[in-house]
Design a protein around this ligand. Sequence first.
Ligand code: GLU
Length: 368
Amino acid sequence: MQTFKWQRIVLKVGSALIAPEQNGCSSRYLLSIAQFIVRCRAQGIEVILVSSGSVAAGSHLFPADKARSVAMKKAMAAAGQTEMMAAWDRFFDFPSAQILLTHGDLRDRERYKSIRETIFTLLDHGVLPIINENDTVTTDDLRVGDNDNLSAMVAGAADADALMICSDVDGLFDKNPNLHSDAVLLPEIDKIDDSIYAMAGCATSAVGTGGMKTKIEAAEKATSHGITTFILNGFKEQTFNRLLEGENPGTIFMPYEKPMQEAIHWRTHTASEQGELVVEGNFTEPLDKNSKQLNPHEIVEVRGEFAVGDTILVRSDDGTKLAKARANYSSCLLNFIAENESTEFSDEVQDSIGPIISDEDIAVLEKS
Ligand code: GLU
């Protein structure tokens, strides 16, 4: 029998578990999840809850006969969030804390560090962090969009050992179990590649926004950070009993043997690029060996508008994505540098300019 040794876990609970009838919160499925949280904490395991369901919980407060605009969904989320927090709070005799995040918060390195510190402080003081996306303030540009990916980013930020994604399916099947009666549950996945994404298809839940694809994305983010990830059926009480007995009740995704460093992981999986730098050839190979910096004459094109400190995608001129990196110069200044690179004027300028991107701020991407 396996035994799991966790110090800190992130539990992601989907909307269908919170508000199965989309008519306010229901305690039907939450009780066994809450008991699991209580039992983990009693064993000294720190728990962070990522709870979806504010939209589903708040929907009964708004007319059902009208088409639901984005504004109305945000209003549902705002109203449902308090209902959902109250529903969770009822189960616990320890305090909980609400954290509402957007991708805009997570991709900003300073705000990300602040989120980490707050989570650690809450855990140190025995408070249960309950996290959701801040739907009220999101725009297309600012949102994570699904709590599967959000939970993986949170697990990375919180240095968790395990991420448990509780859903309405038993785990990952080799084909969609809703369409194929001979679909087989895959208990263990060692490496996430295109064949795993192909199995995920585009199965979605009727209540939440994620599907199997976003769960695999989350598993990829988390496992690359060394975090064991599970996809589990949160509707079944036995799921949680089996976990506590050290059994795998769903699909387990094994962590990378050599996890990425926190800062590299953040840049690869959480920071999103604000622009692109197209460069000649493949500068990342020599850069890996610390033998070469990117020179101004290697810049082929600067795409988009970005500021100093933003994350940019570095792409080779054949289109291959090479790396994500911190921009040491704004797009405006880089355009100037690239355009004037061959003039005499640039020789003087070139001597005075620092690295276009610095080694310590580069996340080299796997070639795909
Ligand atoms: N933030 C959304 C909510 O709480 C859920 C997003 C999701 O289902 O993944 O309703």
